[in-house]
Ligand binder design. Structure first.
Ligand code: FAD
Length: 330
């Protein structure tokens, strides 16, 4: 077994998991925060980055992405171990220690907080078959490194905020940037669409992507076949990179294998956010209890309740009851 045993491992890096991780670090616990995507933030970051939120205490108006920025800033103060691109597939208990199996390493922990929202987000992928090796260099579903698009011919696919915003940003560094969307109208903020019109992005709509192959003359490049909607018009655009922003799908079916008691698709929790399993708690959108609201405000409150109960269970001798956090000032 790995030497490192965390006090609490939090599965899911949305608002619930991020704030719970911060709060647990503030209580001096050893914390792992595990997120299946390459970045933290959950729904506000992935589903509605530019939409404004008006019901988070002390923040009269904040966008999804700015809320994530603030949560990250707060979390960075406390230095918590983050496992990104890491999806937990199973949880098993051996000798009072929970073993979390992931697509990467196994994580060992005394307590777990499940904060998986609607389940693990995965990007919605192209639905036709293509050579999977294209994903190594030419096809992205996320921008991991903006530098990889520098001086390249880039096709961005999609019509939402992410696709519009990325095409504008990439057009500043790419050689040429195309935006392919199946409708003539975008589902993005009006201000972003106005910026798009002023940019050098070449808009190809209404087209859908029908095929993706290596360019036969130059294997570093790809040929993207586009079909015009309600027409037989076919175009093949040769590019270096294709960035697909078709949104996300989520999957919470995994919970059935974790032996955690469910009520419909949700985890049943006590007033102290306990599940039926020892030292396994759950918070945020995935839980249900009488009066539960699926809001960020409630998710934020549930974290401290779960962390405090875990702390009481793990270290009953510790003085855990602190009204004022100013005692944590260094
Ligand atoms: C369009 C829209 C608008 C909204 N507007 C508002 C609003 O104005 N105000 C408000 O309060 N709420 C709003 N909400 C609801 C709010 O976003 C949710 O209540 C909140 O995101 C719940 O946070 P969470 O951390 O529980 O879950 P999520 O935000 O869903 O985060 C869960 C995270 O867990 C990760 N994960 C899941 N499974 C695994 C796994 N097995 N391993 C590792 N990681 C995993 C996921 O990838 C995800 O990042 C809105 C929701 C939507 C969809």
């Amino acid at each position: 077994m790995n030497d490192k045993i965390y006090d609490i491992s939090i599965i899911g890096g949305g608002p619930a998991g991020m704030f719970a991780a911060y709060f647990a670090r503030l209580r001096n616990l050893k914390v792992a925060l595990i997120e299946s995507l390459p970045k933290l933030g959950g729904q506000p970051e992935t589903l509605y980055a530019q939409k404004h939120i008006y019901d988070v205490a002390a923040l009269p108006k904040i966008s999804g992405t700015d809320l994530t920025k603030q949560l990250n800033e707060q979390l960075d103060i406390m230095n918590c171990d983050q496992y990104l691109n890491t999806s937990v597939s199973s949880i098993d208990r051996k000798d009072d220690i929970w073993e979390l199996t992931t697509n990467n390493e196994t994580i060992y922990t005394k307590a777990i907080i499940i904060a998986i929202g609607n389940g693990a987000f995965k990007p919605r992928k192209l639905t036709f078959d293509y050579d999977p090796t294209i994903e190594e260099n030419n096809l992205d579903y996320f921008v991991n490194s903006i530098e990889s698009f520098k001086n390249k011919d880039v096709i961005v696919a999609g019509g939402g905020d992410s696709a519009v915003d990325w095409s504008i940003d990439l057009s500043n560094i790419a050689k040429r940037t195309f935006l392919v969307h199946r409708r003539n109208k975008y589902r993005a903020m009006e201000s972003s669409v106005a910026k798009l019109e002023q940019s050098s992005v070449e808009q190809l709509n209404p087209y859908i992507i029908k095929g993706l192959n290596y360019n036969p003359d130059n294997h570093d490049k790809i040929d993207v076949t586009l079909k015009m909607i309600k027409s037989d018009d076919i175009k093949v655009v040769t590019a270096d990179k294709l960035l697909v922003n078709y949104g996300f799908v989520s999957d919470s079916k995994i919970l059935h294998d974790w032996n955690v008691e469910l009520n419909g698709p949700f985890i049943k929790v006590s007033q102290e956010m306990e599940t039926n399993l020892p030292n396994v708690f759950a918070i945020g959108d995935i839980v249900t209890y009488p009066g539960k609201l699926q809001l960020i405000a409630t998710a934020f409150a549930e974290g401290p309740i779960a962390v405090t109960k875990a702390l009481r269970n793990l270290y009953p001798e510790k003085n855990y009851f602190e009204h004022s956090t100013s005692i944590f000032e260094k």
